[in-house]
Write a protein that binds this ligand. Structure first.
Ligand SMILES: Nc1ncnc2c1ncn2[C@@H]1O[C@H](COP(=O)(O)OP(=O)(O)OP(=O)(O)O)[C@@H](O)[C@H]1O
Length: 292
């Protein structure tokens, strides 16, 4: 066979409208996604960037089967996606661990639902506990863990039942910078072993570049794909790659595509935007919450 990549996810003309009530209680339609077209390849690490409120989570929720789209089609592995798919794992920003279950029991959740026998469940959970660097913490409860540890558990839980597709919605957003970098490296290390297809949402250009094979930039709402950038950085990627000229150039390129969308979404369009200067990543005014 030639080197043509297999398409894992194909989204065509996806539309998502929401009905909301305005200040006076009158019904209004808002369009979150329109003309949304995207192909994601089997085994790739694919990141979606876009201004706040442009529809990133909406797309991920539709993909996860957690929300029903208004129009268009989404195929996963060549089949129309409908409802919650047992072959995919989802990791959200807020960890979503069960507080009454210890770490191992949390990781075993998906396997229990699949009726995997107890012994095998425990072995798999311990394997992933080890992979995310939490040996010895299996009998702790979520409230006894730091935010970074809880997020590791959430990742282990999602990976434990070998999803062929992992959907991650800003999974590291709530973490401090160091923990975030460590978990990014660990996620890459695990992904390089398992080669699950990952669709990852982030507000951080650096995170997107460091992790991805390709990254998509969305327009402001109603969101659609504005541009897709290849990230041709060699793997495995050491942490210092973030300072390489190729990395910095990619960041500038992505920011050039993103900045108008962020400015529009933030209502800052008429104001001058801060220039790209990698040594002084202080675009907070124009970015409104965008982390670089
Ligand atoms: N259940 C819902 N009901 C009504 N409106 C919704 C619903 N979910 C999302 N929206 C609206 O759809 C738009 C897209 O929201 P979404 O959460 O997908 O954006 P996002 O790009 O993920 O934003 P952020 O980066 O801030 O997380 C927003 O205007 C949001 O208010």
């Amino acid at each position: 066979m030639s080197g043509v990549p297999t398409i894992k996810i194909q989204a065509r003309d996806v539309r998502m409208d929401f009905s909301i009530a305005d200040d006076r209680g009158r019904k209004q339609q808002i369009s979150a996604l329109q003309d949304f077209n995207l192909d994601i390849r089997e085994g790739e690490f694919f990141t979606i960037l876009g201004p706040s409120g442009c529809g990133k989570s909406t797309f991920l929720n539709v993909l996860a089967g957690l929300a029903r789209k208004t129009g268009g089609s989404i195929d996963i592995d060549g089949q129309a996606a409908s409802g919650i798919n047992r072959h995919q794992g989802v990791v959200f920003q807020g960890y979503a661990l069960f507080p009454w279950r210890n770490v191992l029991q949390n990781i075993e959740m998906g396997l229990e639902i699949r009726h995997v026998p107890r012994r095998e469940r425990r072995q798999t959970a311990e394997h992933f506990l080890h992979l995310v660097g939490l040996d010895g913490f299996g009998h702790r409860y979520p409230h006894e863990l730091s935010g970074g540890m809880r997020q590791r558990v959430a990742i282990a839980r999602a990976l434990a039942y070998s999803p062929s597709l992992l959907l991650m919605d800003e999974p590291f957003a709530a973490l401090d910078a160091q923990t975030r970098e460590i978990l990014q490296s660990e996620l890459l290390r695990i992904w390089e072993q398992h080669k699950t297809t990952i669709v990852f949402i982030t507000h951080s250009l650096d995170e997107a570049i460091y992790l991805s094979d390709r990254m998509a930039v969305m327009t402001h709402r109603p969101g659609r794909i504005k541009s897709i950038l290849e990230v041709p950085l060699a793997r495995p990627r050491p942490a210092e790659i973030r300072h390489s000229p190729a990395f910095v150039q990619l960041r500038e390129q992505a920011w050039d595509i993103l900045r108008d969308e962020v400015a529009f979404a933030s209502g800052h369009r008429q104001q001058p935007l801060a220039p790209i200067t990698p040594s002084a990543p202080d675009y907070s005014l124009a970015l409104r919450g965008f982390a670089l």
